[in-house]
Design a protein around this ligand. Structure first.
Ligand SMILES: C[S@@+](CC[C@H](N)C(=O)[O-])C[C@H]1O[C@@H](n2cnc3c(N)ncnc32)[C@H](O)[C@@H]1O
Length: 281
């Protein structure tokens, strides 16, 4: 029997899918990433018994609301691990609180948002660093909200169970402090580091999907905008300006500089890091 050949994503189909993905999620696949998009969509074609990418596109257009969550799972890059770019956490819970956010220090309140949190390692790392500052934060009301477009990642974040790859930047002492070992090479985040961490499914392009209206002191949105179109990045930064209180801090990934690009944000140095401070309106 002759095996059916795998369908190829044509340039026209690539443009059609890219348009929907950018409109809905902000993510844009560069022209040289056509094969990558093809391989990401392929399993869905197989699951739906479709033989052409155009058929999947038509199904997506006809049943957009039902299919979009599946598409989000396919096209997002969810790479993450505990204590990724930990210098941000060290700087914030080092001098950052006293120098830039004195209202957070006991007694006070500290509201943090992780936008594009993937499976939760970033939010739990923040909580672990906050717990290490327990003396200064002893009478601080700490809340960490975290959201992601990909519902499966959020399910995993809520389970708080991880494989070894998520632990790769932790030393043995941090592993022991943050996690309890389970059988079968898995680890669960200890209850102390889960307290006050809330997860939800949300889309950075639609503020109402993740924001209750209460302002945040810090927004962490790291390694997310790198996948966005220029227009979507601009929308996202405008959203950060809206959800941060004046003087609040925006943390981006190391390759996502917005230095001098937005009047709403002033660039400040925090330890070894560059962060962006919300200028009072
Ligand atoms: C590479 S991960 C980064 C995770 C974490 N922030 C870190 O630095 O380790 C990017 C995450 O952004 C999420 N994402 C992409 N577009 C999004 C959007 N429009 N709204 C919310 N999350 C989004 C993806 O689902 C993915 O989990």
């Amino acid at each position: 029997m002759v095996k059916a050949s795998r369908p190829i994503l044509s340039q026209e189909e690539f443009l059609l899918f890219n348009e929907i993905i950018t409109d809905e999620f902000g993510i844009r696949f560069a022209d040289h990433k056509r094969q990558l998009l093809e391989s990401r969509l392929q399993p869905r074609l197989e699951a739906l018994h479709l033989t052409r990418f155009l058929d999947y596109y038509l199904q997506l257009v006809c049943d957009r609301a039902a299919e979009l969550p599946r598409l989000a799972e396919l096209v997002t890059n969810n790479e993450t691990f505990f204590c990724r770019e930990a210098r941000h956490f060290e700087a914030l819970f080092g001098r950052g609180l006293d120098d830039l956010l004195p209202s957070a220090v006991t007694p006070g309140s500290l509201r943090l948002l992780c936008a594009g949190c993937s499976s939760g390692e970033e939010a739990y790392s923040l909580r672990m660093f906050a717990n290490q500052s327990f003396v200064r934060l002893a009478r601080t009301r700490l809340e960490i909200d975290a959201f992601d477009l990909d519902a499966r990642r959020i399910e995993k974040a809520r389970r708080a169970e991880y494989e070894r790859s998520s632990l790769r930047a932790l030393n043995a002492e941090q592993v022991a402090r943050l996690l309890t070992p389970l059988p079968t090479e898995r680890w669960r985040v200890r209850p102390l580091h889960r307290a006050g961490v809330r997860f939800g499914v949300g889309n950075l392009l639609h503020v109402e999907t993740f924001w209750s209206g209460a302002l945040y002191d810090c927004v962490f949105c790291r390694n997310v905008l790198i996948y966005f179109s220029e227009g979507a990045s601009r929308r996202a930064v405008a959203t950060f300006a809206r959800v941060l209180r004046p003087g609040g801090l925006l943390f981006l990934g190391h390759s996502e500089s917005i230095i001098g690009m937005y009047p709403e944000f002033q660039t400040v140095r925090l330890g070894d890091s560059i962060v962006y401070r919300r200028v009072p309106a």
